[in-house]
Write a protein that binds this ligand. Structure first.
Ligand code: TRP
Ligand code: SF4
Length: 335
């Protein structure tokens, strides 16, 4: 008898184009997981509403572009189920049912929630939906009985809420319908943005997968280097320079040593160092950009992939929801 593959599920909020940080921090890992696991990857467009409910005009475009970025980066709909959250209303039904048993203090003490409430000043986040963000995320995960959830460290508190909700459900209804999911944290080098802070769309310091090679080079030229290195004759410290961090990821070992030696002896100037890195980065991105261009010429196919994947996901979601109704003492729908 063949061993059933364990299930992996992850999602990304539909709030913008994807950048290098998303590629290295998530997508590369997702791509590798496809061979070993039964993978479900979805675009969380409802979660995007939790902060952008007043201005929704970009959400559809974001969904489309994220799908293209995923496929271009090697997420393969033949191997994985790729779908769109809002096409599967069962997530919302489960969210409602879970909201009945989730204590509000669990949500109020969530560090991501507290941080965002303090940070975000340009819009009102005192909504029910924003507080309930982790409950919707829990529904997304457990409706597929996922074993593993590849996420960044920042998402760990959300996953902990998911696990607590699962335990509470099982305790209250005395029926183990769900699987308690475990995080899969990948060991990835943290990628700085152009200004040395963490790469993030909202900081305006990101290199996007959809940037042209010229745009990439232009952005790399603006990267902050070792601030002590003012003139070309000053020696530099590569260990504190983001350009060097990028070299370590995108350049050959020989080039990395060459840059290290050149920087510490003032044998190479920052502009040459950057141009060398930009070339390697563009080589790395080339297959992705080419695939992107090809996919852009076939938008119908993108919608078809999302529709197909959502259909497949929905049949599982329906089944779980029926088990949930039964456990909670409700009627189940006749299939
Ligand atoms: N919160 C995740 C993010 O910010 C998106 C997300 C929604 C998610 N539902 C999920 C991630 C379920 C993993 C599993 O990108
Ligand atoms: Fe950074 Fe390269 Fe300049 Fe050294 S030479 S400070 S590694 S950009």
């Amino acid at each position: 008898m063949g061993m059933e593959k364990k299930r992996v599920l992850s999602g990304m909020q539909a709030s913008g184009r994807l950048h290098l940080g998303n590629l290295l921090g998530a997508l590369e890992n997702w791509r590798k997981l496809q061979d070993e696991y039964d993978c479900f990857y979805f675009i969380a467009d409802w979660h995007a509403l939790s902060t952008s409910y007043e201005d929704t005009h970009e959400i559809k475009d974001n969904v489309f572009n994220i799908a293209i970025d995923w496929l271009a980066a090697g997420i393969d709909p033949e191997k994985s189920t790729v779908f769109l959250q809002s096409l599967i209303p069962e997530h919302a039904v489960l969210h409602l049912l879970l909201s009945m048993i989730t204590p509000v203090p669990w949500l109020e003490r969530n560090p991501t929630y507290k941080e965002k409430m303090q940070e975000v000043k340009d819009r009102d986040l005192t909504t029910y939906g924003f507080l309930g963000y982790p409950v919707l995320q829990a529904a997304d995960i457990i409706i597929y009985k996922a074993n593993y959830v590849p996420v960044g460290i920042d998402q760990l508190p959300h996953l902990e809420v998911t696990r607590e909700i699962v335990r509470r459900f099982h305790f209250i209804y005395k029926k183990n319908v769900f699987v308690e999911p475990e995080p899969l944290i990948s060991e990835v080098p943290k990628l700085p943005g152009l200004d040395n802070r963490k790469m993030s769309k909202s900081y305006g310091n990101a290199i996007f997968l959809s940037d042209s090679p010229e745009a990439v080079t232009r952005k790399v030229r603006t990267m902050i280097t070792d601030p002590q290195r003012v003139k070309k004759t000053d020696t530099g410290n590569p260990e504190i320079c983001s350009v060097f961090t990028f070299h370590k990821i995108f350049s050959s070992a020989a080039e990395v040593s060459q840059v290290y030696a050149g920087c510490t002896t003032a044998g190479i100037g920052c502009t040459d160092c950057k141009l060398m890195m930009a070339r390697n980065l563009n080589d790395y991105l080339k297959p992705i950009s080419e695939k992107r261009k090809e996919l852009l010429g076939n938008p119908g196919m993108i919608y078809d992939i999302l529709q197909e994947g959502s259909k497949k996901a929905q049949s599982i979601a329906r089944q779980t929801l029926s088990e949930v109704n039964e456990a909670m003492g409700l009627y189940r729908a006749v299939p």
